[in-house]
Design a binder for this molecule. Structure first.
Ligand SMILES: [Zn+2]
Length: 280
């Protein structure tokens, strides 16, 4: 992509996890893409979380060379899956070079069905391993079980992403050994997220990634560079071009010069997702 002089000068930014296809961002699409270009977003992984998302993710990938599409079933939506979901997922993966995600385990959400979650997660993890595709994993309050399932494997040889990693520090080393990468969202800049911030000091340098999870996981208001509102509800949402602001938060957190951090994150991103990148 052409290098555009923007707020971050020539630093290339990589968003390891967002939901650019989300309906809340659709009314802002043109302006959002222009702002991301201005900020120097070189590549992003756009995650579909259910069958309804997948056509939109595919359309974005075709429209925008910075988009690495990712297709998967998120644990929150497993109840909505159609009888045909596995065949549909395979069709999308066959259509365009893509990652698998967002998938995962979640014991935080109300009325979770862990049996269904594990079945859907396990099937997608095996598919990722068979095709050696990077996979984006969501995990809330299920770290012990996730580790068991990943240990039982198989895991993709290329590795996997623990997106918005909020687990205990003790699981970092075993997850890294299995091929785990760990991404920080801007949301962890909120004062009450001290435990999550501390955990990131234990992440191996070559396994750190950065994400917006836009339109979710807003930064604290004083750090928001691109304010945005969902016109349907009037609620504040996370603009994907806040990625630069997330980088600045992480540079402060790890006490590392922004340029060095950006270079490291670029290398890590390329190692995990680079074979799927086009146009960057
Ligand atoms: Zn997400």
């Amino acid at each position: 992509m052409p290098i555009v002089e923007g707020h971050n000068m020539n630093i290339r930014l990589y968003d390891a996890h967002n939901h650019l296809q989300d309906a809340r961002l659709a009314p802002h699409r043109e302006a959002v893409l222009a702002a991301m270009q201005k900020e120097g977003v070189a590549s992003m992984v756009v995650n579909g979380s259910c069958e309804e998302d997948w056509p939109e993710v595919l359309a974005l990938a075709r429209e925008c060379p910075q988009v690495i599409p990712s297709f998967g079933y998120h644990p929150w939506y497993v109840k909505e899956r159609s009888p045909d979901w596995q065949a549909a997922l395979v069709r999308y993966l066959d259509t365009v070079p893509s990652a698998i995600g967002e998938i995962g385990l979640d014991r935080w959400i109300k009325d979770y069905d862990l049996v269904a979650q594990e079945e859907v997660f396990g099937w997608q993890l095996r598919l990722a391993a068979e095709r050696n595709l990077p996979v984006s994993i969501h995990c809330l309050q299920a770290w012990g079980r996730l580790l068991e399932l990943l240990r039982a494997g198989p895991c993709p040889r290329c590795g996997f992403l623990l997106h918005s990693f909020g687990g205990p520090s003790e699981v970092i080393a075993p997850l890294a050994e299995l091929g785990g990468y760990f991404s920080v969202p801007g949301y962890f800049a909120h004062e009450r997220k001290a435990r999550q911030r501390e955990a990131f000091r234990h992440v191996p340098p070559d396994r750190l990634l950065i994400e917006t999870d836009a339109p979710d996981q807003l930064l604290p208001s004083e750090r928001i560079q691109y304010p945005l509102t969902d016109p349907a509800t009037g609620k504040a949402i996370n603009h994907p071009a806040n990625l630069g602001a997330v980088y600045r938060f992480v540079a402060e957190l790890l006490d590392e010069p922004l340029e060095e951090l950006a270079e490291r994150v670029e290398q890590n991103y390329q190692r995990l997702f680079g074979t799927l990148a086009r146009g960057s």
